[in-house]
Design a binder for this molecule. Structure first.
Ligand SMILES: [Zn+2]
Length: 137
């Protein structure tokens, strides 16, 4: 499931889950959203917003947009520089608002919500669209 075309493997979702686990600290659990557990995305904690087709979130099927205030963090996190061209706070906010709307509405057929705090919040729509909001931690 890794993208062979990219060195940006760390943003592939399943890899994100496993790489956070260590011997002393198990990987965070993904929990499924229900309407009884409201989650509010804190936009000040968002460093990367992804929009693309499901299957791989490295960037080969969509686009990562980075928040200006966490540009350095994002560069360190992925291992090479996040350039100014990849930064757009407006787009980040737009995607956060979009994902927040899905969180507020809750899971329903065709809408899959993965909340893996504090790492990311993902929404997949009918195998066609994947949004991932990555959080600093
Ligand atoms: Zn890929």
């Amino acid at each position: 499931m890794f993208c062979e075309n990219s060195k940006h493997r760390l943003n592939e979702r399943s890899d994100l889950v496993t790489r956070r686990g260590t011997r002393n600290q198990p990987p965070p659990r993904t929990r499924i959203m229900t309407t009884t557990t409201p989650v509010k995305i804190d936009i000040t904690q968002v460093y990367d917003a992804y929009s693309g087709r499901p299957g791989c979130a490295c960037g080969c099927r969509g686009k990562h947009t980075y928040a200006s205030q966490h540009q350095n963090y994002a560069s360190e996190n992925r291992g090479y520089e996040v350039t100014d061209e990849e930064v757009n706070d407006k787009t980040v906010k737009l995607l956060v608002d979009k994902v927040q709307a899905f969180l507020d509405a809750g899971e329903k057929p065709g809408i899959e919500i993965d909340i893996c705090e504090p790492n990311y919040i993902a929404v997949e729509i009918e195998d066609r669209r994947l949004y991932v909001i990555y959080l600093v931690h």
